[in-house]
Design a protein around this ligand. Structure first.
Ligand code: PLP
Length: 442
């Protein structure tokens, strides 16, 4: 069994070159990277600024261990992130899952330092993805992935606003507030003295394809966390550093979290580095308490990863790519909405910036999800791949009913010409998928 997917005509494709928004194989085939890999490669492939920074870092300080030495790249990256995003301190690890684990441990340590050692449990939402390690997966409401693991520590209990399938589409404010109030209800039933934090993805990524909640939901959650003494953890591994057209997706809602997890946007796919940002309240209690942070990994604060992070920030700033993600993403979403209005298998095109979800529905069954066994999102991804377009599938978000969507999330700097090709290929993919589904049924 190969661990490498996807397949084309039964053979596995080996990428031999990546450049900008394209991926090539040795036979001269090319793909538009409409998913930035796993929604990571935000500034495109092989950007010369990052390539040079990595190469320089390898020559200067290829590795130092974090308890023995600091390094200039990590100091600069920490200062830049904290200053830009309004946080007091940062801690660097290697993957999104590790960033979430670090946030969990930090929240627990924070309360221990404050003399409330019983506050350990983290609450999370039934539609979410926070990573594949046991701790982060335990918090995740991603049923297709949970199913494959176990035993896990507990289950997500909280609702995730899902406007497309909300009963009353007119009252989004009330809907958002009602969803948030479920957290208050649970806290009244449980003992808040045992709860350390609530974690959420401000805009749902892989587990539901760019679901944007009403702003009032996030605002109300912040308010409840404050009233019940919970830290709010924003998992911005996928959304952070520009993907949604803001440096942090939380900015869309005017809310600041206590701890922020960064990953894909920070490394843009070049090197495994991720981070947790700490508010001054969290940082001060730890710094003025025990004065030491309780965890770390061999590759924490990696100088090459830090050089990549700095180079990614340079590119985002110098080429104004977060701004571009906003306006280019808005244009792309609008065009896809127009295009999809003629595809009856599309229920909704949604998202912010360069994170766009296309939800697939069964028009012969009141736009309910397609049967799970049809694997509509996977089929769409394979069809797109064979036409030279990489997209990202999302499924299982409507619970036992299934739920299928595809995510379009190209690099922020995808050129106009490649964007046009991407749109044509999405059109072709939806047409082929629809024909295939309904021909089989006839
Ligand atoms: N959190 C979110 C929101 C994610 O989307 C992901 C990955 O898709 C993770 C955490 C886990 O990141 P990683 O795969 O780098 O461990």
């Amino acid at each position: 069994m190969s661990l490498i997917t996807p397949k084309v005509n039964g053979t596995y494709v080996t990428a031999t070159r990546c450049e900008g928004s394209y991926i090539f194989d040795s036979d001269g085939n090319s793909w538009i990277d409409g998913a930035s890999g796993s929604i990571a490669c935000s500034i495109g492939h092989a950007h010369p600024t990052v390539v040079k920074a990595m190469s320089d870092a390898c020559q200067h300080t290829s590795f130092v261990y974090r308890t023995q030495f600091s390094n200039p790249e990590i100091e600069r990256l920490s200062a830049r992130l904290c200053q830009k995003l309004g946080y007091a301190a940062s801690f660097f690890v290697n993957s999104g899952s590790e960033a979430v684990e670090t946030a969990i441990r930090s929240a627990q340590q924070y309360w221990r330092e404050r003399g409330k050692a019983t506050k350990t449990r983290i609450l999370s939402r039934r539609l979410s993805y926070h990573g594949s390690t046991i701790g982060s997966l335990s918090l995740s409401g991603h049923w297709p992935r949970r199913r494959l693991a176990g035993p896990l520590y507990g289950e997500p209990t909280q609702p995730t606003p899902y406007p497309y399938r909300a009963a009353n589409k007119e009252g989004m404010t009330a809907y958002g507030i009602a969803c948030a109030n479920e957290l208050e209800r649970e806290l009244q039933q449980l003992d808040a003295d045992n709860i350390a934090a609530f974690i959420l993805e401000p805009i749902i990524g892989a587990s539901g394809a760019a679901i944007v909640p009403p702003a009032e939901y996030i605002q109300r959650i912040r308010n409840i966390c404050d009233r019940y003494n919970l830290l709010l953890i924003a998992d911005e591994v996928l959304t952070g550093l520009g993907r949604t057209g803001r440096w942090l997706a939380m900015e869309h809602f005017g809310v600041k979290a206590d701890l922020v997890c960064l990953g894909k946007g920070l490394n843009a796919g070049y090197f495994p580095i991720s981070a947790v940002l700490f508010s001054s309240d969290v940082y001060d209690h730890i710094a003025n308490g025990s004065g030491s942070f309780e965890l770390g990994h061999t590759h924490s604060n990696h100088p090459i990863g830090a050089a990549v992070g700095n180079a990614v920030l340079d590119v985002l700033e110098q080429e104004q790519l977060v701004e571009r993600a906003e306006w280019h993403g808005e244009g792309l979403k609008f065009t896809l909405q127009e295009l999809c209005s003629k595809h009856t298998i599309v229920g909704e095109v949604r998202g912010e910036g360069m994170l766009i979800g296309i939800e697939l529905v069964d028009p012969t069954n009141w736009n309910n999800p397609f049967p799970v066994e049809l694997s509509a999102a996977i089929q769409a991804t394979q069809i797109a791949f064979e036409s030279g377009l990489v997209i990202y599938p999302s499924s299982g978000f409507a619970g036992v009913l299934g739920g299928d969507a595809i995510i379009i999330a190209p690099p922020f700097n995808i050129p106009e010409q490649a964007t046009k090709q991407l749109i044509d290929k999405v059109d072709g993919t939806l047409r082929t998928l629809s024909n295939s589904i309904f021909q089989k049924r006839r």
